[in-house]
Ligand binder design. Structure first.
Ligand SMILES: C[S@@+](CC[C@H](N)C(=O)[O-])C[C@H]1O[C@@H](n2cnc3c(N)ncnc32)[C@H](O)[C@@H]1O
Length: 291
């Protein structure tokens, strides 16, 4: 067993970290290094074993060590992101159910939602659309940040929407958050004060070079044609029809952003800065898009 002889927190974390590093795992789904990944795994399982606050010298129950070892071994052997093994990911300080039907939440949108988009919007949005919502983390966090708002989560994948449904129920938002199966805006109705979207924007070339962990995620959530621009460009073409007069579109395109910027020189993109990492979210008003 991976954690043979482990008695306390420190030994557990050190052994797991060493094993993760030896296996050359990739960290990009909630952590960026082996130690943090080990802490996340142990903390989550300890919480489930009713051991919520661990010190480095806390003695761990053998049943907990066995379960941690089992998941750490699975993490190494399958290369699945840890969130899929735990069925839990955190976004905006909120827990979300995840499995392989959706991407693991990791968008810099969290930073904007935490401040309720303070530099971008003056009045609280009444209708919000999360387009390409996946498991719903962005739209659900927006619904909780704006308790008066009605929120629509739209996605092409019924599988992703099934996960979003679990999360809507988990956060008690059934009255205010609606799910729509839709190819972008095709089945969406009405106008929105705020559209937030983290769509697929990975090119075929970039996809082919991704670490194994990303290939465990649904390809539909990452890959899109035309060098990663196909879906972002379609969103830019269609969004204005679904925005109120003072509406705002916030569109994430990650590292593809310079290509999108160059592809639409007619648009006055405002590319946002992030204190905690990430890139490639632009802000465009309905007026920008209509002009
Ligand atoms: C990058 S994932 C984002 C998921 C979630 N918003 C997040 O930040 O974790 C993109 C999502 O877009 C969905 N998608 C792909 N093509 C789509 C389309 N044509 N119309 C609507 N949704 C689409 C995928 O099913 C996937 O859930």
């Amino acid at each position: 067993m991976l954690l043979n002889g482990v008695v306390n927190t420190q030994e557990c974390l050190e052994k797991m970290t060493a094993a993760f590093e030896t296996a050359e795992l990739f960290f990009g789904h909630g952590t960026d290094n082996a130690w943090d990944e080990a802490c996340w795994l142990l903390e989550t399982l300890a919480r489930r074993h009713a051991l919520p606050s661990l010190q480095l010298d806390t003695r761990l129950p053998p049943a907990l060590v066995t379960e941690v070892a089992r998941l750490a071994t699975q993490r190494i052997e399958t290369r699945k992101p840890l969130a899929y093994l735990l069925h839990e990911a955190w976004f905006c300080g909120l827990p979300f159910y995840v499995d392989e039907r959706v991407l693991v939440p990791r968008s810099p949108f969290a930073e904007l939602i935490d401040t309720r988009f303070e530099t971008l919007i003056k009045t609280a949005p009444r209708r919000i659309l999360d387009l390409c919502a996946g498991g719903g983390c962005i739209g659900i966090a927006c619904a909780l940040a704006f308790p008066e708002a009605e929120v629509v989560l739209a996605d092409l994948s019924p599988d992703a929407l099934a996960v979003a449904r679990i999360n809507v129920d988990k956060h008690g938002l059934g009255q205010r958050v609606q799910l729509v199966e839709s190819d972008l805006f095709a089945a969406v109705t009405g106008k929105f004060d705020l559209i937030v979207s983290n769509p697929p924007y990975v090119s075929a070339e970039e996809y082919a070079g991704l670490p194994a962990e990303y290939l465990r995620e649904p390809q539909l959530g990452l890959l899109t044609g035309n060098e990663g621009l196909e879906i972002p460009l379609r969103i830019l073409q269609q969004a204005a029809d679904f925005m109120t007069e003072a509406g705002l579109l916030l569109l994430e395109t990650g590292a593809t952003w310079p290509l999108l910027d160059a592809a639409r020189p007619d648009l006055p993109f405002l590319w946002l800065d992030f204190a905690y990492g990430g890139e490639g979210i632009c802000a465009l008003t309905a007026r920008d898009l209509r002009a």
